[in-house]
Write a protein that binds this ligand. Structure first.
Ligand code: NAD
Ligand code: UD1
Length: 317
């Protein structure tokens, strides 16, 4: 049994990670400002501190715990996950997305692990993003592809990876970063305009409302089911690596936004009322990842077929 801090644990991905950690018998506590996350995403027994991940004191206290017993590792997921929101609120999202990550690495270097768990700085597994690649046209994208972010969000996620190197090399904090491609599944908020496209479309189609396609709808994404993803997070924590590695989390399978809308309408048995809106400024045109490094390192792939994951998502709504 290990004890973990999960920042952003009340959010979509965090709540699935915590489900998995609890099922494996681990103890979990959470730091979350509840800006998009919901307390009810987690069992009542999980302790949640409501606070800002960019507040160094709050992170340090969350890592120490109420009795100063510390943690065996930190999963850092707290961030403003919306690319569009990072365009509107540049500096505000920067605080959460980059300063928040530095606050976590900084606390991890001070908070020694329990001696019976090996001591030393606390390992951190954190969320980066495919947004770091920006407008790189080399498809599918390997981790060695050039990073050319098109958004404040992508720039800050790249900054997280650079600071992860500092955490590793200068401060001895083991980190593993995951460049998630487009994650979907139950508990992704269907009502927020800042949510992922699958939850927005699914929610609207099921409610009989029109959907808006930004631009021509030919933009392509690599969608991954959340339950596939969280297995990598726990596996990375079980074997902390040196050298601040980063891994794509992706399927390698492309789906256009138009096709996605059609599949969701078919699966839900509802008519598709599709409107065209303006292209989103800074929207990435094509994003498809190469999962080879991920599969070689962890021995498993993101295998859930899109239709299976979409059915489970629709059933949750
Ligand atoms: P989410 O919005 O559901 O979860 C983020 C959580 O962080 C929420 O609970 C929110 O309340 C919390 N949070 C936000 N700002 C905070 C702050 N300043 N202090 C403390 N808590 C804060 O989004 P998600 O999809 O679960 O994203 C989790 C992580 O994965 C994020 O780092 C996101 O950037 C990253 N990511 C997500 C995707 C995706 O497709 N969903 C893809 C790539 C990377
Ligand atoms: C998403 C994630 C981001 C992650 C990135 C990794 C969210 C909110 N964003 O960004 O955290 O780092 O993947 O690849 O989870 N679209 C429409 N109509 C809508 C909503 C969206 O046409 O109503 C289009 C967008 O213009 C875009 C595509 O759908 O072309 C995907 O948009 P979105 O779900 O916001 O994801 P990303 O911007 O790719």
């Amino acid at each position: 049994m290990a004890r973990y801090l999960v920042t952003g644990g009340c959010g979509f991905i965090g709540s699935h990670l915590i489900e998995r950690l609890l099922a494996a018998g681990h103890e979990v506590r959470v730091l979350d400002d509840l800006s998009t996350g919901k307390r009810e995403n987690l069992p009542a027994a999980v302790p949640v501190t409501v606070g800002d991940v960019a507040d160094a004191g709050a992170v340090e206290a969350a890592m120490a715990g109420p009795d100063g017993e510390g943690v065996d590792g930190c999963f850092h997921l707290a961030a403003v996950a919306s690319v569009d929101r990072s365009r509107e609120a540049w500096l505000e999202t920067h605080h959460a997305n980059l300063s928040g990550t530095i606050a976590v690495f900084d606390a991890a270097r001070r908070a020694a692990r329990r001696a019976d768990a090996g001591g030393g700085p606390v390992p951190v597994v954190y969320a980066s993003s495919a947004a770091v690649y920006g407008d790189n046209p080399a498809m599918p994208l390997t981790e060695d592809a050039a990073t050319r972010p098109l958004s404040a969000y992508g720039a800050d996620k790249l900054g997280c990876e650079l600071h992860a190197r500092v955490a590793d090399i200068v401060h001895g904090v083991p980190t593993t970063g995951f460049r998630f491609f487009n994650v979907y599944g139950p508990r992704q908020d269907p009502k927020s305009p800042y949510s992922g496209v699958i939850s927005i479309f699914a929610g609207r189609i099921v409610r009989g409302e029109p959907i808006t396609i930004n631009g021509d709808g030919q933009q392509v994404r690599d969608f991954i089911f959340v339950k596939d993803l969280v297995r990598y997070l726990t596996a990375a924590m079980d074997n902390p690596r040196s050298g601040a590695p980063v891994f794509n989390v992706c399927t390698g399978r492309p789906t256009s936004v138009n096709r996605l809308a059609e599949v969701l309408a078919e699966l839900s048995g509802r008519p598709l009322d599709r409107r065209q809106g303006p292209e989103r400024p800074g929207d990435i045109r094509v994003s498809i990842g190469d999962p080879s490094r991920l599969v070689a390192a962890f021995g498993m792939s993101c295998e859930t077929p899109l239709e299976v994951g979409l059915r489970e998502t629709l059933a949750w709504l």
